[in-house]
Structures are given as structure tokens and as C-alpha cells.
Design a protein around this ligand. Structure first.
Ligand code: NAD
Length: 354
């Protein structure tokens, strides 16, 4: 038995790959095109591990995906591959349309053809899990209840609109063709191996480098935060026990304004790596012009997943953020490598065949 993971060199995908192989001996094929966000350095501990087959390529390359499906006959496909950074989607939406919408469409087509050819037993057991975001639901005011799975889709950025489109395609392939799919919509993740363009790693890395800590607008934008390993455990649970065709929200019951996140990081760094001058890292905070169309609040109601599949996160925000800050302090090499682009030179040398 085997599974196919797409986007498994990115932040959540790589954490999932590491977690999967730490917990089971079932091998996996990892298909990732290695954009700037894909980093094989994260998977270095798997070098020489026969259970991990890495293939550089795109979910939009139907021929390649079909070849992998035919060769490895996975019992499941988990789709993490995406363009994922909201700011980048504002400055250049096209890649988001290509990967998140067109790429997902090609992946669905290849999976549908493969699934259609499987023998009855394998056909019954096969499933495809599509990993998505709470951002598809739009923005909430302070007092509105958290998003449930039936909340209407109201995406506000090119990123969330492209993810919404991919969710709709996945849904349509179930209703139209009976494709056995599952979708998860998760809140903001944080944890090890997070690319330092996102809020939490950016603040840690900038603080340690003595740079400013740029906070958008008034810093009162509220997000729900989930430790990445808890997201991985939720995906495993949905893959194992989720009802086909269903959507499951995944969240940490940790709604926090951005500024509070930044203050927490500063306090942890003050404790774990005090500045030589004795000042608090808080003094590095600078407020910058807000992102256009910045959603005010996301809040996710993950009670369906808890109630029906008995899942709940292992980490509180306090334990998860402490582990995360400590991880960045202990893994400065990984950060330096990402920032210097060294890993990209290595990728180009070793994976330039396609
Ligand atoms: P990421 O940007 O860190 O990683 C994305 C990975 O996909 C990269 O390794 C990249 O090389 C790869 N990729 C991009 N285009 C590809 C293509 N055409 N074919 C194959 N691989 C391709 O993103 P992430 O934060 O790990 O997010 C993974 C998934 O989870 C995304 O679908 C995202 O929408 C979703 N999600 C993320 C969060 C979050 O907080 N990061 C929250 C909820 C949902």
C-alpha cells in the first residue's frame, strides 16, 4: 500500500510527510514542483529512506501524474500543492489561478481516470483528500459565530478565491462522477519549517536579526491558529474515517489578534534569547500600511471533526508557540539556508531534468 502526496516539500506537506513516515511504514510518493516555497532541506532526514519517493513535477502535468498513479497505485491522494501566500496573490494572481484552479482540475482528471480503472476492491478503498483553508469563507465581524462547514463561500483575496474554486471543483467531481473525495478547511498553521514570509516565522527571524517587526494596520486582525502537527493529525483522521464527499473544518480554538501573536513571540524571545542590550524585542515593532482588502477576522468551528471523528488538537497555543520559537532558535541553519537561497541552487543542480 502507498499514498501519493502533492506539495510535500512545502510547510504543511513536509510536516505531514515527516509525521506520516514517523508513524507508519507505508511508503509515499511526494510530487512537488519545488517553487520558492518547496524546500527539500526540510526532508533531509529522509535521504536514503526507501519509503519516500520524491518526484519533481507539477500537479498540472497530467501525463506525469497519470504515470505516477499507474506505476505506484496509491490507495489515496492528498493534495497540499498550492500557491499559498495572500500577499503574493495580490501582487501576482496568475500563478494562483494556474496552480490552485487549473492544476487541481488536471489532478482531478488524472485521479478520476485512474480511479475508474481500479479493480472493485481498490476502487472501494480509494480516496482523495483536498487540503484547503478557512479563508474561502471570507471575513467575520467581531461578534459573528465561527465558520461552520455550511457557511457560504465569500473569498476576498485572489488566493482565497482560487482555493474556493478548487474546493468547488473537488465537490463537483464527487457529485458528478462519484469521485471519493474529502475536503478539509483549516485555519492558520504555525510550527517548524514555516517559510519566513508568513507572520510567525517572519517575526521570529526578524526579531533575532535585529530588524523591525512589521505589523499590518492596527494589528487587530483576528485569526485562529493551529500547530501544524495537529493539522497533520486531523488530515490522517479524516483520511482514515471521514465520510466521502464531506467537508471538515479544522481549527485550534485559538482566536488571537495579530498584535497579540507578536507580543507573545517577543515575550518568549525575551525569556529564551534576551537581547544583549536588555531591551524587549517589542521595541522592534513597527506598524505598516495595511494589506488591501485585509480580512478582519477568521474563526473556525471545528466541532464537526471533534464530534464525528473524535479529533482534537494536542497543543494549546501556549505550548505550540513555545515549541515553535524554540525550534527556530535551534534551527538557525535551516533559516539561513532558506534566506540565502542555497537550497534553490541545490534543487536546480539535482532536479533540473523536467
Ligand atoms: P507552501 O506554500 O508552504 O507549500 C506549497 C507547496 O506546493 C510547495 O512545496 C510548492 O513547491 C508546491 N507546489 C506549488 N505549485 C505546485 C504544483 N503546480 N505542483 C506540485 N507542487 C506544487 O503551502 P502550505 O502552507 O504548506 O500549504 C499547503 C496547503 O494547505 C495549501 O493548499 C494551502 O492552501 C493549505 N492551507 C495552508 C494553511 C497555512 O496556514 N499555511 C492553512 C490552511 C490551509
Amino acid at each position: 500500500m502507498m499514498i501519493l502526496v502533492t506539495g510535500g516539500a512545502g510547510f504543511i506537506g513536509a510536516n505531514f510527510v515527516l509525521d506520516w513516515l514517523a508513524k507508519s511504514d507505508e511508503p509515499l510518493v511526494n510530487l512537488d514542483v519545488l517553487t520558492y516555497a518547496g524546500n527539500l532541506d526540510t526532508l533531509r532526514t529522509l535521504d536514503g529512506d526507501q519509503r519516500h519517493v520524491f518526484v519533481r513535477g507539477s500537479i498540472g502535468d497530467s501525463e506525469l501524474v497519470t504515470q505516477l498513479l499507474t506505476q505506484y497505485k496509491p490507495r489515496a491522494v492528498i493534495n497540499f500543492a498550492a500557491e499559498s501566500h495572500v500577499d503574493r496573490s495580490i501582487h501576482g494572481p496568475e500563478d494562483f489561478i494556474q496552480t490552485n484552479i487549473v492544476g487541481t482540475f488536471h489532478l482531478l482528471e488524472a485521479v478520476r481516470a485512474y480511479w475508474g480503472e481500479l479493480e472493485e476492491d481498490s476502487r472501494q478503498n480509494f480516496r482523495m483528500l483536498h487540503v484547503s483553508t478557512d479563508e474561502v469563507y471570507g471575513s467575520l465581524t467581531k461578534d459573528e459565530p465561527a465558520f461552520t462547514e455550511t457557511h457560504r463561500y465569500e473569498p476576498n483575496s485572489p488566493y482565497s478565491a482560487s482555493k474556493a474554486a478548487s474546493d468547488h471543483l473537488v465537490r463537483a467531481y464527487h457529485h458528478t462522477y462519484g469521485l471519493p473525495v474529502l475536503t478539509t478547511n483549516c485555519s492558520n498553521n504555525y510550527g517548524p519549517y514555516h517559510f519566513p514570509e508568513k507572520l510567525i516565522p517572519l517575526m521570529i527571524v526578524n526579531a533575532l536579526a535585529g530588524k523591525t517587526l512589521p505589523v499590518y494596520g492596527d494589528g487587530q486582525q483576528i485569526r485562529d491558529w493551529l500547530y501544524v502537527k495537529d493539522h497533520c493529525s486531523a488530515i490522517r483522521r479524516v483520511l482514515e474515517s471521514g465520510k466521502l464527499g464531506e467537508v471538515y473544518n479544522v481549527g485550534g480554538w485559538n482566536e488571537k489578534p495579530n498584535i497579540e501573536i507578536v507580543h507573545t513571540i517577543c515575550a518568549l524571545l525575551d525569556e529564551l534569547r534576551p537581547r544583549p542590550d536588555g531591551a524587549s524585542y517589542r521595541s522592534q515593532i513597527t506598524y505598516v500600511t495595511d494589506r488591501p482588502g485585509h480580512d478582519r477576522r477568521y474563526a473556525i468551528d471545528a466541532s464537526k471533526l471533534q464530534r464525528e471523528l473524535n479529533w482534537k488538537p494536542a497543543e494549546t497555543f501556549e505550548t505550540g508557540i513555545r515549541k515553535t520559537v524554540q525550534w527556530y532558535l535551534d534551527n538557525q541553519d535551516w533559516v539561513v539556508n532558506v534566506q540565502s537561497g542555497n537550497y534553490r541552487d541545490w534543487v536546480e543542480k539535482n532536479y533540473n531534468e523536467r
